[in-house]
Design a protein around this ligand. Structure first.
Ligand SMILES: *Cc1c(COP(=O)(O)O)cnc(C)c1O
Length: 214
């Protein structure tokens, strides 16, 4: 896990550079399309946060890894009809992209008497290829979203255009501030230092931790 070790060092140097307290920055090691062995290696190394994109793949890995200390993060699109399968299994769902999905998770969580921590995904650049609330839509629905029981909205997530991410990181920071939200999930292998600069509390890094995906 040389790569993980080096990345953690770089993160701490970068945090210092931008005067960000290190205890407010969590690395989500994105293990999608990576073999379970690599997750186990990272666990051995003492890393417990893993990000998965696909429900089926995540559930299979959870069963194999079978470690209650692991914090699983769902960072990929979630279909409403799969909500039942995942309730209570993820430490944090980063990818709530519609009001209907939030409502579905809310209802299913209430039934099971749990509260699911979530982030709302925002599609700031209005890219057709990506999901997420538009900024306006999020603001319009904010009161209703806040009134949902069974979910705890901790913050915002975004996946901006690669060539221009910094202005969107800044925009997400400002939006979270307006809504008094604490957590900001932003930044991947290619742009995480800029995300840290603009207040990221979760950075989601795959390739730089585990190498190229299968
Ligand atoms: C795959 C993925 C990542 C990690 O991307 P890398 O470039 O491998 O660091 C982060 N966030 C989301 C939403 C992803 O789908």
């Amino acid at each position: 896990m040389e790569s993980l070790k080096n990345l953690l060092t770089e993160i701490s140097i970068t945090a210092q550079k931008y005067q960000r307290p290190l205890d407010k920055i969590k690395l989500v090691a994105v293990s999608k399309k990576q073999p379970v062995e690599k997750i186990l290696q990272a666990l051995q190394f003492g890393h417990f946060d893993f990000g998965e994109n696909y429900v089926q793949e995540a559930l299979e890995k959870m069963e194999i890894v079978n470690n209650p200390n692991v914090r699983w993060h769902l960072i990929g699109p979630l279909q409403k009809n799969k909500v039942n399968k995942i309730i209570g299994k993820f430490f944090l769902i980063h990818s709530i992209d519609t009001f209907d999905l939030a409502k579905e998770i809310s209802q299913k969580s209430e039934k099971q008497k749990i509260v699911q921590p979530v982030l709302l995904q925002v599609n700031l650049a209005s890219e057709i290829s990506k999901s997420g609330f538009s900024k306006q839509d999020l603001l319009n629905k904010w009161k209703e979203l806040q009134s949902l029981d069974g979910i705890f909205i901790q913050g915002l997530m975004t996946m901006p255009p690669l060539d221009n991410s910094e202005i969107y990181f800044e925009e997400l920071f400002n939006l979270a501030k307006t809504l008094h939200l604490k957590e900001l999930s932003m930044g991947t292998t290619s742009d995480w230092p800029l995300a840290l600069k603009h207040g990221a509390t979760y950075i989601r890094i795959g390739t730089a931790v585990f190498g190229e995906r299968e």
